[in-house]
Design a binder for this molecule. Structure first.
Ligand code: CA
Length: 234
């Protein structure tokens, strides 16, 4: 029987919390890996790609933020949920800009953490399995399988890249997605110093001319100032 269980990497140095996280996650059917510091975490992701990482900020040696940045610099793509202490004021934009997908404040309830994990895994599974082949945005249909936008005024072809951008944004509908997340997930291995977040902006504005009836006043592919973009789906 194939083992399709999701693997969660726990990066945490506090033994009691490691125990709780491990116990909870394994009871839910996840496989877990544990790293007690950033160095170990990077070592593990160097050979095993987890489906999701839970990452504490206050770690011995390298901070959780640095671990997160390093992982994204290596173009490793999997959801990262950051654990922060209540007295560490981290604004959402900073957290998202270093490449984290979500964060949760300690102390947290196990149910809340599980809900966040499930939500993130669902999104990345949907993205990976390329579900949602037709997306309706008002009068416009995005047929991702055929790579065509069906509009009241006619059909327009989408490029492969545009389809990927839409799929990625549609994986987190009505939620802001950072330019960096788009770069890392859509551009993937081509993502380098030559590919800047400006690349994303250029593609988004081209995409708007295809999927928005009024690209100058977008209703669905909207800019989130200081963060990135959002696909509004009702
Ligand atoms: Ca800690």
């Amino acid at each position: 029987m194939p083992d399709n269980r999701h693997v969660i990497l726990i990066v945490e140095d506090e033994p009691s919390l490691i125990f709780t996280l491990r116990d909870t996650l394994e009871n839910e059917g996840f496989k877990t890996l544990v790293a007690e510091d950033g160095k170990k975490a990077l070592e593990i992701v160097g050979h095993t790609k987890p489906d999701l990482m839970i990452l504490d900020v206050m770690l011995p040696g390298m901070s959780g933020f640095d671990v997160c940045k390093k992982i994204r610099e290596k173009n490793l793509i999997f959801p990262i949920i950051i654990l922060t202490a209540r007295d560490q004021e981290i604004d959402k934009v900073t957290g998202l800009n270093i490449g984290a997908d979500d964060y949760i404040t300690k102390p947290f309830g196990v149910k809340e953490l599980l809900a966040r994990i499930q939500a993130r895994l669902r999104r990345s599974d949907d993205f990976n399995s390329k579900k949602n082949d037709v997306i309706s945005l008002g009068d416009v249909q995005l047929d991702l399988k055929s790579a065509v936008v069906r509009r009241p005024d006619g059909d327009i072809d989408l490029t492969t890249r545009e389809v990927e951008v839409i799929r990625f944004l549609a994986g987190s509908p009505n939620e802001p997605v950072t330019r960096r997340a788009l770069l890392e997930n859509v551009w993937r291995y081509e993502y380098s110093s030559n590919t800047s977040t400006r690349t994303v902006d250029v593609h988004i504005s081209k995409l708007r001319t295809k999927i928005e009836l009024r690209p100058d006043d977008p209703k669905h592919l909207v800019t989130m100032h200081g963060v990135g973009y959002m696909l509004k789906m009702s």
